[in-house]
Each structure stands twice: as structure tokens, then as C-alpha cells.
Design a protein. Sequence first.
Length: 405
Amino acid sequence: MILNTASATDRAVYLDHAATTPVLPEVIDVMSAELARNGNASSLHTAGRDARRRLEEAREELAGALAARPSEVIFTAGATEANNLAIKGLYWARSERRRILISAIEHHAIFDPTQWLAEAEGAQLVPIPVDENGFVNLTALAELIAEDPDDIALIAVMWANNEMGAVQPISEVVALAQPHGIPVHCDAVQAIGQVPVDFAASGVDTMSISGHKIGGPPGVGALLATREAKLTPVLHGGGQERGVRSGTLDVPGSRALATAVRLAVQNQPAEAQRLMRLRDRLAQGIQELTDAVVRGPDLASQDRDNLTRLPANLHLTFPGCEGDSLLYLLDSQGVQVSTGSACQAGVPQPSHVLLAMGLAENVARGALRFSLGHTSTDADVDTVLAVLPEVVERARAAGLAGGIA
């Protein structure tokens, strides 16, 4: 049977907010106003000083929302740059130390820079194992540190995983690292706006954030770095941003980012509850209609005041299905989601996150991630539940025809 795409839904259902989320109207207004102004924030004339004032106001706004000092905010062109600056900057500043410990489920914006340091400069990349729910194994981390703490350049553990949403025990990671003077970097891209994020209280040395995950524009982010964190610059030029990140300062982008962060933090308590209700309704409906298995932290055991899973995240595996087949079939029905897997040379690869959690490769290949956001509604959930059973049936038939167990 051919699915009727015209009647399935009258509008696109976008459930891939973990990849990027629509820019908020308030952010568009702020950025549009800034783009109409002139001035290089490093210039000394009136226009330059005015641009600098607006930039520093953005820095203060962002710092205030995340419990940081303004001097700890370094604006970047996104979280990938921020992660590279932190990983390479910390490593180079401690070049006598070779080991880099990162969780086995890090985003490629963390994994790839560390891999590059291993291949190009002899760094020793050591993965920190995770359990079946995606939480960092603290006992294993303690053992890795104890092997030779004086040879560890840094530890990198993300605040929350982008695929199956496990919120990591960052304070415990810091507690293991601090007695040995080991800096901790945290990719907090997925956490902002979903769970409380307090930079000062976390104890991490550096933390990366991104604009386009929280209703800000793409191409802008920030690295929060304590004044004590020693960072060797990746970019060299005019010496902007504490001499750590040279380049003409992006006043419109910084103002837009600060606005998005402020709104995300301000709305987080209510929005987390709203998204969790939608997510749980979606999960229940999918499990009633199919044999899909929820992966990651148990939805039923969530503590609403101390979230261990991102409220907008729902990650499932569908037995006998290829995730890519599910994605394309859903897309034909106007439902946009993600597999959470990478494709290399045109060949689908199972998620390294799911493999690190102990899933078999054939199971991991059937993964699908639904990630909700500020535009998500009950109508979106209704549409998914209406079209999913037949999508799964067709995907499973294609999988069996292709020999997928």
C-alpha cells in the first residue's frame, strides 16, 4: 500500500530540534536591529565604542543567564569552534601531558579534535566507558585517573548526550578531576534550555554552547572559560577575546546569542514540563502501536526536579527496521526526524553512542530520534502516531527483503 502523503498531514512536523531549532522571533528582532547598525567593536571612534558597549552588554546578559562572570565568556563562530578551542587550547597549554580522557559518547565536535591531536601530535585518546543507559561510568573514570593522573591533559564529558539524552554527572566528574588539577571541558550544547545549567556551580573549567540549538542563529556560539583556565589560542590575529580567539567581533551574532540564551534559561522550567508531557505521550503512543524499544534513561523514573534525561529527547530502536528507511518514509509523510547515525562514504553506520551503550550493531541500525522544541505541539504527536504504524510496516518489509535481522 502506498502512503497518501497529501492526507497524512497538512504541514511539516519538525521533530529534529536537537539538530537545529527555528530562530525565535525575539532573536530575529534583536539581530535585525544590530545588522542595521555600524561599527567595529575594536575601533576607538564613536561608532566603535558604541558597538563595543553593545557587545559587552551581550556578554553580561549571557554570563548572567549561565551563572558565569562576563570575563569568562569568549564569543565564537559556534560550538564546534568552541570545542576545538577548548580541547586543543587546553592540550597545548599542558603539552607535557599526553592523555586525553573523553566519554565514549561524545559528539564528533569533541571526538574529532581529540582524534586529530592523537594522529598529529601523539596525544593518547582514552575513552571513558558508559553504562547501558548512556551514563558515564564514574568507577571506570576514577580508575583511569588513578593510573597516572600527572599524564592527563584534560577530561571532556558532555553535559547531556545529543542522541539519547542522558544528563551526565558533571559534578562527580569534576570532583574526581579537581584533586589532581586536571581541567574538565563540557559540551553543554544540548543542555541549555532543557535542564538548569550553572557554570560556576558545575566546577568545569571550560564549557561550549551553541546558538542554533536554542532559537538563536547558526554560526554563533561561545566558550565559557574560567580565568584560571590556560588556553593556547587556535586562531592568531588581532588578539580579541582575551587573546584566545582573534577575529573581528560579531556584535549582531553575539547580541542574538545572548538573547536566545536568556530566553532559553528564563523559559526552561515551564518549557521542560511542556516538552516532557509531549515526549511521554509520544513515547506511550509509539510503544502501544509498535514494538519499538526506548533507549537511554528510563522515562518512567524521571525526577522532574532533577532530570537525568533531556525532556525533549525520545530515542528508540525499531526491530527489523533500518533507521534510514524509517526516516525517509516519515519524511514522505511530512514528519522530519533523525536517526542519530553518521553516514560515511554513502554507507550507513550504526551510532557510536549506541554501540558504546552495548547495543548490537544490527539493533543500533534501527535507531530513530525524536527531539522536540519550542514549535512542538500535540498535533505533531497526533500526526506521528497516525502515520508511524504503516511506516514501520513498510520499513520492516524493506529490511527483511534486504536481509536485516
